[in-house]
Design a protein around this ligand. Structure first.
Ligand SMILES: [Zn+2]
Ligand SMILES: [Zn+2]
Length: 345
């Protein structure tokens, strides 16, 4: 799998999700939320590699560890991007401003705060708009540069050469953003098909994989149409996908929207807050229950479900009961592997 991930933090405590996407010629690292004592699990170089932090929302358990991250990376020159729901730019700007910045006049760092706004559009249920405010460390993050709003009908926030990051807004006494990291379909060359037609591999294979190139290429002194060669030898296989979904009211309408959005996702990392016996409390607090999350994973046809962000109201035995309750709906539900010792004792 070219996407690897790790749930940071412990079963009893705040969490975050670290994701690494390896595209062969480049590697991207992302952090989703930033609870207390989560970033410390990463090495300094792993932390410096994270250019984008995506916040679901700003209840304290999702941002308490931000200082730990920011302290390590604040002076980094560029590509420092913080994403969050409506209202996030103001909250994050206070975080950036909340220090004495009297020794940074030569610091080249710039930070971009990106607010994700859902857009109501009858024919594009995932449409959203991103409003960016950019700040410089050198003036203590005072002056704001506004960037033009960016719209995406498909809900895509970030479009890298080999993967995308999409978002959808969920209800959580306000908005909690869910995120989906999706590799683009992989293109493989069928070498057997090429040799069956007497075509020898060469630098022209790069042109074959690059959809922006069209026209003809020379292979062994003969000219061939790239379109024809693609039909003959390029095979597409689906990429991997990992979703991060937490702190949300899982009512019937949200279930339906998420089933469509998560359809076929390989890994769903999802909150495991409440036992279904506490459904009323879960609804009141805009959270999900293990049974509802299991049904969601089942109906969306995901590959596996990783339960994290457990409620501290329960004992370890109750957490195991919560997992089993979820497994009654969806068998491939589990806790992060390194939590098993902490939970099972
Ligand atoms: Zn919350
Ligand atoms: Zn929370």
């Amino acid at each position: 799998m070219a996407i690897t991930f790790k749930v940071l933090g412990h079963a009893k405590g705040d969490n975050a999700l670290w994701v690494r996407v390896d595209e062969g010629d480049s590697v991207s690292h992302y952090l989703f939320d930033c609870g207390a004592n989560t970033v410390g699990a990463l090495s300094m170089s792993q932390t410096l590699d994270i250019r984008h932090v995506f916040f679901s929302h700003f209840h304290m358990d999702h941002i308490c560890g931000f200082d730990e991250y920011f302290r390590r990376v604040y002076a980094r020159e560029e590509d420092n991007v913080l994403w969050g729901p409506p209202g996030s730019a103001e909250i994050l700007h206070h975080r950036l401003r909340g220090y004495s910045w009297n020794l940074v006049s030569d610091c080249p760092a710039r930070w971009s705060l990106r607010e994700v706004q859902p857009v109501r559009a009858a024919d594009s249920p995932h449409a959203l708009c991103v409003l960016s405010r950019d700040y410089a460390a050198a003036d203590g993050f005072q002056r704001c540069d506004l960037a033009p709003a960016q719209f995406s009908d498909a809900g895509v926030l970030l479009d890298a050469p080999g993967h995308t990051i999409e978002s959808i807004a969920l209800k959580h006494h306000g908005i909690s953003l869910a995120y989906l990291i999706r590799e683009k379909p992989r293109k493989n060359i069928d070498m057997t098909a090429l040799s069956a037609h007497g075509l020898r591999p060469g630098p022209w294979l790069q042109a074959l994989k690059d959809d922006s190139q069209n026209g003809d290429v020379a292979v062994g002194g003969t000219s061939y149409s790239l379109e024809r060669l693609r039909e003959l030898a390029v095979r597409e296989s689906p990429g991997q996908s990992v979703a991060y979904v937490t702190d949300f009211l899982l009512d019937a309408e949200t279930h339906e929207r998420l089933v469509a959005w998560l359809s076929g996702c390989d890994v769903l990392v999802c909150e495991g807050q409440y036992l279904h016996q506490d459904l009323e409390l879960a609804h009141r607090n805009h959270h999900a229950t293990a049974t509802l999350v299991g049904r969601l994973a089942r109906d969306a046809g995901v590959g596996e479900l990783v339960l994290f962000h457990l409620s501290e109201r329960y004992t370890r035995e109750e957490w195991l009961a919560l997992r089993d309750e979820c497994r009654a709906q969806f068998a491939r539900a589990k806790f992060p592997a390194d939590w098993v010792a902490e939970i099972e004792g």
